[in-house]
Design a protein around this ligand. Structure first.
Ligand code: HEM
Length: 407
């Protein structure tokens, strides 16, 4: 049994080549590793192999409710400085953080807005948004792809679905970044608290506005369900809106950013895609596998469970490495190769089991439109910095700070 530390997961060497780091761990004999202290949250286990990650995510004995995590109840010096607001943040009662039957109830309330057919209807509008963003930069011959394309595209789309006015969108980026970085850094509690308070105040004012002027949007639909009585409580309403705003853009930004970088680093694959746009759906799946935004997620054991001879005790946290699983050679032939024509598309970038990403059809379409538009409009797309000068956020998301390109 080998121990690894959570700082190994975000070390500068790891960030230089995430896939090499994960491939090395997947190829070792060990199935489960002990993590000393998962970013200040306490001891945890972590699995990297495809078979194990998939099995854990499908196993109902592994829960999503972080309140079941045993060390959550123990106090430590860091934890005593964390106030109630942060505790609430860590265990928000939205569908991602709860288990059946609450999960089933909460997911059902919004799932009708995310069916493949509903999403397909959004295609022309999403294409128009992508075109307008690219129109703004085309004469300049270059852009910072994250802030000028990858970020605004999904935030405009999810805001329109939720019924959030355009001029409010700029504030989300600052809040979500502070929260993502702060969550891994117990020393930044104040910053996190500030961002959290502003974000929550914002959602509350949005709810008040929608009460007065309801629209044909997801938030108005949730409010109606709330008003009808027993379908969701106030805390769930707030944290579901929160989840849809954050999950709806933070991850897709990185699919577009990481995916574009991967294509730029594999010009022959980019050329293939340019010549044959029918390859787009498969290319998006391969880019999700090769450079998936969500590298890690976690569960809590609901009872003592043995995995390959290791006993996981009730209340212990088990992290699963989606990025590791997608680099597993026993599942993907030559996983280190980017191959947009790959037949095995059964990646774990959207998770697995009952929490499988609700927004997957939307994210796939946004990816297809984003890559398709870049390929079509910019035949000379190239990286404007040396790859070694690119930096990633300190996060368990694979998230580029910036991506300067010219065309
Ligand atoms: C859940 C990834 C885009 C909404 C998840 C999970 C993953 C994931 C891995 C499962 C986490 C777990 O089991 O612990 C991604 C990636 C995306 C993306 C890689 C983009 C490339 C979106 C979008 C939305 C969204 C656009 C739209 C709102 C959700 C929701 C859940 C979820 C609501 C919770 C589902 C549940 O608990 O039943 N996502 N996501 N995601 N995602 Fe996404």
């Amino acid at each position: 049994m080998k121990d690894i530390t959570s700082s190994d997961l975000v070390a500068p060497e790891t960030m230089r080549d995430f896939n090499a780091f994960y491939q090395k761990l997947v190829n070792r004999q060990e199935r489960l590793y002990r993590l000393d202290d998962f970013f200040g949250m306490g001891k945890a286990w972590i699995a990297f192999r495809y078979e194990d990650v998939s099995a854990i995510l499908k196993d109902p004995r592994f829960l999503s409710d972080r309140r079941k995590f045993a060390s959550q109840q123990q106090s430590s010096p860091e934890k005593s400085s964390v106030n109630e607001l942060l505790e609430w943040f860590k265990s928000m009662p939205n569908m991602l953080m709860v288990d059946p039957p609450d999960h089933t109830r909460l997911r059902r309330l919004v799932s009708k807005a995310f069916t493949p057919r509903m999403i397909e209807d959004l295609r022309p509008r999403i294409q128009q948004i992508a075109d307008e963003l690219l129109d703004k930069v085309v004469s300049r011959g270059k852009m910072e792809l994250i802030s000028e394309f990858a970020y605004p595209l999904p935030i405009i789309v999810i805001s329109e679905m939720l019924g959030i006015p355009g001029h409010h969108q700029a504030r989300f980026r600052e809040w979500t970044h502070k929260l993502a970085e702060g969550a891994l850094n117990p020393g930044q509690a104040n910053l996190v608290q500030e961002a959290l308070q502003e974000f929550i105040d914002y959602i509350q004012s949005l709810i008040s506005e929608k009460r007065v002027r309801p629209g044909n949007d997801v938030i108005s639909g949730l409010l109606q369900a709330y008003d009808e009585g027993d379908k969701l409580n106030e805390n769930e309403l707030l944290s579901t809106i929160w989840l849809l705003i954050t999950a709806g853009h933070e991850t897709t930004v990185n699919l577009i950013g990481n995916g574009t970088l991967a294509l730029l680093q594999h010009p022959e694959q980019m050329q293939l895609l340019r010549e044959d746009p029918t390859l787009l759906p498969g290319a998006v799946e391969e880019l999700l596998r090769y450079a998936g935004p969500v590298m890690i997620t976690g569960r809590v054991a609901d009872e003592d469970i043995e995995i390959h001879g290791t006993l996981i005790r009730k209340g212990e946290m088990v992290m699963v490495s989606l990025a590791g699983a997608d680099m597993d050679a026993s599942r993907f032939d030559g996983p280190e190769r980017l191959d947009i024509t790959r037949q095995e598309t059964d990646h774990l970038a959207f998770g697995r089991g009952i929490h499988l990403c609700l927004g997957a059809p939307l994210a796939r379409m946004e990816g297809q439109i984003a890559f398709g538009s870049l390929m079509r409009r910019f035949p000379n797309l190239r990286l404007d910095v040396k790859p070694e000068d690119l930096a990633y956020h300190y996060s368990t998301l694979r998230s580029l700070v910036s991506l300067p390109v010219s065309f």
